[in-house]
Design a protein around this ligand. Structure first.
Ligand SMILES: [Zn+2]
Ligand SMILES: [Zn+2]
Length: 294
């Protein structure tokens, strides 16, 4: 596969609980269980470097299904050379142990993440053993400092610090820069206010030179979780994001929402909400989509 440029593949688009979410008996998840092809696994991105090497962002419990999506889209080649983790929350890390001896039995996967994520791995015996057994080879990144996940892979990753409830670890968005184009992977953030520090979304994406942006679309609006305190799980709603963005203008990056909660009406392609964002020029990210980054 060498010589084709770097390609990124969307492997999952759901919030950490998945769609359907375990135990949910609301119409959202009953529908996801009965209609074929609409269930979704938590967010993850596959990247094939220009040298043919394989890299993943987030290692969730559905990595098996996700590798099948990857294989169907562009062909998946073992070994997995590197994995990068944005933060410690459930769906972003709960597949790490599948890489170990009890399952896949990998060896030497370079694990890129922040200092706080690495100390959590070190404090957690069920993760630390993966390092001790050589399954994972941890490498600490520094915010805003681009690096090649493995030498000669043909693309860089730039971790961008993004505020998101930090009970376990800090959080980063990840900018993937190929030879020609750049993709932003930003599944979680607390608020645009904290992320943008006074800039507009457009200014911020322009400053990062982003061509494609996968952004936090967890909730459609604040009425979505009746009975739960939304301040416990802060995210900007899609309504808020599209109000800040307005309609797509020429020169704007391609913006797709992902990390959708099971309750989000954007999970239904026939919903008024889905049609609304489409009319504005925005969209929902879909598993299997391939981005040619050159
Ligand atoms: Zn998440
Ligand atoms: Zn549901």
């Amino acid at each position: 596969m060498a010589g084709t440029g770097t390609r990124a593949i969307i492997l999952g688009t759901a919030q950490d609980g998945g769609f359907p979410q375990p135990g949910c008996k609301l119409p959202c998840c009953q529908r996801a269980r009965s209609v074929e092809g609409i269930s979704r696994t938590p967010v993850a991105l596959g990247i094939v470097g220009s040298d043919g090497s394989s890299h993943i962002i987030e290692v969730g419990r559905h990595i098996g299904e996700q590798l099948e999506i990857w294989d169907k889209a562009v062909g998946f080649e073992w070994p997995l050379s590197s994995a990068s983790l944005t933060h410690a929350h459930l769906g972003h890390t709960d597949g790490l142990r599948l890489l170990g001896r009890e399952a896949i039995g990998s060896h030497g996967i370079i694990l890129h993440c922040s200092k706080s994520m690495l100390s959590l791995i070190d404090e957690n015996p069920t993760w630390r053993i993966l390092v001790e057994q050589g399954v994972l080879v941890p490498k600490q990144w520094e915010g805003m400092v681009p690096f090649e996940p493995t030498p000669g892979c043909g693309f860089t990753i730039t971790p961008i610090p993004v505020i998101h409830r930090a009970e376990l670890s800090d959080n980063h968005a990840i900018l993937v820069s190929g030879g020609e184009s750049r993709l932003l992977f930003m599944p979680d953030q607390d608020s645009w206010e904290a992320t943008l520090e006074g800039a507009t979304i457009r200014d911020w994406l322009t400053s990062l030179d982003v061509d494609y942006a996968l952004i936090d679309g967890t909730f459609w609006d604040s009425s979505e979780l009746s009975g739960r305190d939304m301040s416990e799980i802060p995210h900007p709603t899609v309504c808020e994001s599209i109000e800040l963005l307005g309609k797509k203008e020429s020169g704007d990056p391609d913006i797709a929402f992902f990390h959708l909660n099971h309750t989000n009406p954007l999970n239904d392609r026939d919903s008024e909400e889905f049609l609304t964002i489409g009319r504005m020029g925005w969209r929902v990210g879909e598993p299997g989509e391939v981005y040619d980054l050159g």
